[in-house]
Design a protein around this ligand. Structure first.
Ligand code: AVI
Length: 326
């Protein structure tokens, strides 16, 4: 089995901003904010898994239903003998639908999962290899941007997957930059397959990000527990209220943590105390929603166009296949 697995740890060029720097910069600013990726430590990732199963959180199950209905068409559209490359592969749960559709058409399949968590990546790769004897895996333990430069070549088309509407958590500028960098590494026959959450009624969106059981609130507030644990912070986590309104003009959900009352919070390891007025909030995440048109406009300057799109019957979510436009 090991001979079908190549495991590469990609050394990052750009040093990651540590949590202490993010706290000093983010909580001293006029509009307080914390970088989104700090939501995802082990506890945060487990809470996000719980979010994906909530009745109000439709994106994960809707994307899955689109894959269930269309995986063979998607593989066919990717071209003969395609290799699958996946950014943010996680447990590769939804990807199995595409892996199986590809293996139904070709004798062998090359799969390149990319994930920041090396341990998780290795165990997922080993599970897949034990289940699929015709699979070969080149696993890249890397940050997205570092992985782009390390993508293995393939003698045939590559289908580059970016599932789960993760693109929505990037700003438009970050998303355009990411797509442009991937595009710069694409051969003319390569394709990108991306999950995109679509613009829809405010009530549906706000329910999905302000669920009745309060799991999204636990997920959001987990970043404060993390500061308490990792930097000897003194946040009274119960004194911050989760709220995620939808901004129609910007077509995005914004996750916020509002201070309940005036507070002064010391974080010992950075030797600072941060002041919060009653109601003042920390921004933690954006989740952008698109239409086919706004998404096409994002892709064009990056050198990409929509070749095909698949939607669910309610048109809440889309999977878009992108190809080089020049
Ligand atoms: C990971 N990402 C696509 C989720 C989203 O829907 O934007 C993160 C999330 N935040 C709150 N709920 C889910």
């Amino acid at each position: 089995m090991e001979s079908r697995l190549e495991f590469i740890e990609v050394r990052g060029e750009r040093p990651q901003q540590p949590l202490c720097r993010a706290v000093i910069d983010g909580l001293a600013a006029r509009q307080k904010s914390l970088p989104t990726h700090f939501l995802y430590d082990r506890a945060g990732s487990e809470l996000f898994e719980r979010i994906t199963e909530l009745p109000e959180y439709y994106p994960t199950r809707t994307e899955r239903s689109i894959l269930e209905a269309n995986a063979p068409h998607m593989i066919e559209a990717a071209g003969e003998g395609a290799a699958l490359v996946e950014f943010g592969s996680g447990s590769s749960a939804k990807t199995r639908l595409l892996l199986e559709a590809a293996m139904a058409r070709q004798p062998e399949l090359k799969y390149v999962p990319i994930d920041i968590s090396a341990d998780f990546l290795r165990s997922t790769a080993q599970t897949l290899l034990s289940e699929y004897p015709r699979l070969r895996v080149t696993a890249l333990a890397a940050e997205y941007f570092d992985a782009i430069d390390a993508l293995p070549a393939h003698d045939g088309p590559r289908l580059i997957l970016f599932l789960g509407s993760n693109i929505g958590n990037m700003t438009h500028a970050e998303a355009a930059d990411f797509l442009g960098r991937v595009r710069a590494r694409m051969e003319p026959q390569d394709r990108i397959l991306l999950g995109v959450d679509l613009v829809k009624d405010r009530a549906i969106l706000e329910a999905a990000y302000n669920d009745a059981q309060g799991v999204t609130g636990l997920f959001n507030r987990n970043v404060l527990h993390r500061i308490n644990r990792e930097l000897n912070g003194h946040f009274d986590v119960e004194c911050f209220r989760h709220h995620a309104p939808y901004d129609e003009r910007m077509a995005r959900i914004e996750m916020r943590l509002h201070s309940v009352g005036e507070q002064h919070v010391a974080v010992d390891d950075v030797e600072r105390t941060f002041d919060f007025a009653d109601g003042e909030y920390i921004h933690t995440e954006w989740s952008h929603k698109y239409t086919r048109e706004t998404f096409a406009a994002l892709c064009a300057p990056a050198g990409l166009e929509i070749a095909e799109a698949w939607r669910d019957p309610r048109e809440w979510f889309a999977m878009m296949m992108l190809r080089p436009n020049r």
